[in-house]
Design a protein around this ligand. Sequence first.
Ligand SMILES: NC(=O)c1ccc[n+]([C@@H]2O[C@H](COP(=O)([O-])OP(=O)(O)OC[C@H]3O[C@@H](n4cnc5c(N)ncnc54)[C@H](O)[C@@H]3O)[C@@H](O)[C@H]2O)c1
Length: 252
Amino acid sequence: MNRYHGRVVAITGAAQGLGLAMATRFAAEGATVALADVNEQALTGAARTIADAHDAQHRTDVVDVTDSAQVNDWITGVTADLGRLDVLVNNAGIIRDNRVEDITDDDWHAVIDVSLTGGFHCARAAFGPMKRQGYGRIVSFSSMSWRGNFGQTNYVAAKAGIVGMTRTLALEGARHGITANAIAPGLIETPMLASMNGPARDKLTNKIPMRHTGRPEDIAEAAAFLAGEAAGYITGIVLDVDGGISIGSSIR
Ligand SMILES: NC(=O)c1ccc[n+]([C@@H]2O[C@H](COP(=O)([O-])OP(=O)(O)OC[C@H]3O[C@@H](n4cnc5c(N)ncnc54)[C@H](O)[C@@H]3O)[C@@H](O)[C@H]2O)c1
């Protein structure tokens, strides 16, 4: 369990949910982890979790990924302080669901700004240090919704954008030892999913071939694989981690 020894892993939206699960997993595998989140209080709790569980070297920064200056300062600080940047996990994302005619300008921009533009800010900032060291892994968060989902025009646009961005980062990084891949989670038990109301949740759970939601650890497993040195020939893919829900219609 030491495959990330000597590696520096930077994760956005790391204070809770999938981000925290991934930070915990990378730390357990020996990485030095840099946790960034806009929620300072939750970030403090997350740092305690990491320290208690693994005594891992870590750093926390309050960063709003929609602000490119904050992102640039964060990446500069991480590389200066920790010596390198091996893995960037673009995880921060938000939802503001509504039917298209009820999505306000603010709902549109907020979701695109965090879930797509934030990922771009981080990838752009990380590319320089990764190129200089001739090594990098960028894992960005799409969603099963990227193919289209009722009531999520803003979120789907952002998550489909992540797929296009990932494929392009893969092309630009390929000659520099940098891979870029995306994870498309299905329904995973996090505070984001808890915000979905009961009946809508039950309806969706019934559509999962495995008939149960996923755990944050299922996503951490996928991220630890894609971000690993051994996955160096895999780039530009979208990895579905969703209990089979994206396969399509099922008569049973
Ligand atoms: N949970 C699921 O079922 C699911 C499914 C598909 C995709 N995803 C994606 O996975 C990622 C993580 O989801 P989650 O369920 O852990 O969500 P979550 O809401 O539990 O956690 C998201 C974290 O991002 C942080 N964040 C929000 N805006 C930010 C900003 N501007 N700058 C920095 N941090 C910010 C929040 O403070 C929070 O800690 C998201 O991109 C989400 O879209 C989740």
